[in-house]
Write a protein that binds this ligand. Structure first.
Ligand SMILES: [Zn+2]
Length: 194
């Protein structure tokens, strides 16, 4: 074990810690933890992908008594990760906006396919942009859900669109143009103009 944590006669503490954990690396970790996405967006995407957000179905599983198990955003169906991100009216409208901007392949088809969808994404800037857009969308939908629950106020789809583009364009601006391929520069310049 120690041999794997030693490089050039120096012990890498991070590698040693990972060895001690003795756990396999989750295959879609690289996509979720893409450094192009905003850290708090990555965290919420990670929790959502693992089904760990405190949606009402999860709270019921923890034997908490709730006034309602319905979705705080639409109040039409029981809340779960599957409903919140794939079946809720708000998410469906949001998904259409994201697809119109970035294409249909930015959003997985259903919750159960989320992790395999991420594993199957091609590497490169487009993959990072898709992951960044998904992370920002998942964060904004969760933020809006909490706003509906605690402030009784939902953002409009236009407002969602505004914030998603704001976040992505801010992250695009951080990319070092001199290190990008010409096709990647053309890709991000097209996104900025949309
Ligand atoms: Zn809903």
């Amino acid at each position: 074990m120690l041999e794997k944590a030693v490089k050039k006669n120096k012990v890498n503490i991070r590698n040693l810690y990972v060895q001690l954990l003795n756990k396999e690396r989750v295959q879609f970790a690289n996509v979720v933890w893409s450094n192009l996405a905003i850290p708090k967006h990555r965290f919420v995407l990670w929790q959502a992908t693992l089904g760990n957000l405190l949606t009402r179905d999860n709270l019921v599983h923890c034997h908490l008594k709730l006034d309602s198990v319905m979705c705080p955003t639409c109040d039409l169906q029981q809340e779960s990760h599957c409903h919140l991100y794939f079946n809720c009216q708000f998410s469906r409208q949001v998904r259409d906006r994201v697809a119109a901007w970035l294409g249909n392949d930015v959003w997985p088809i259903q919750f159960e396919e989320w992790s395999s969808w991420m594993i199957g994404k091609p590497k490169g800037l487009k993959q990072k942009m898709a992951a960044t857009a998904l992370a920002a969308s998942v964060y904004l939908i969760w933020w809006n859900r909490n706003s509906c629950l605690f402030n009784f106020c939902s953002m409009t789809v236009d407002r969602f669109d505004h914030w998603l583009k704001f976040y992505l364009k801010a992250r695009i601006a951080r990319l070092p143009r001199t290190k990008l391929k010409s096709k990647d520069i053309a890709f991000i310049e097209k996104l900025i103009l949309m």
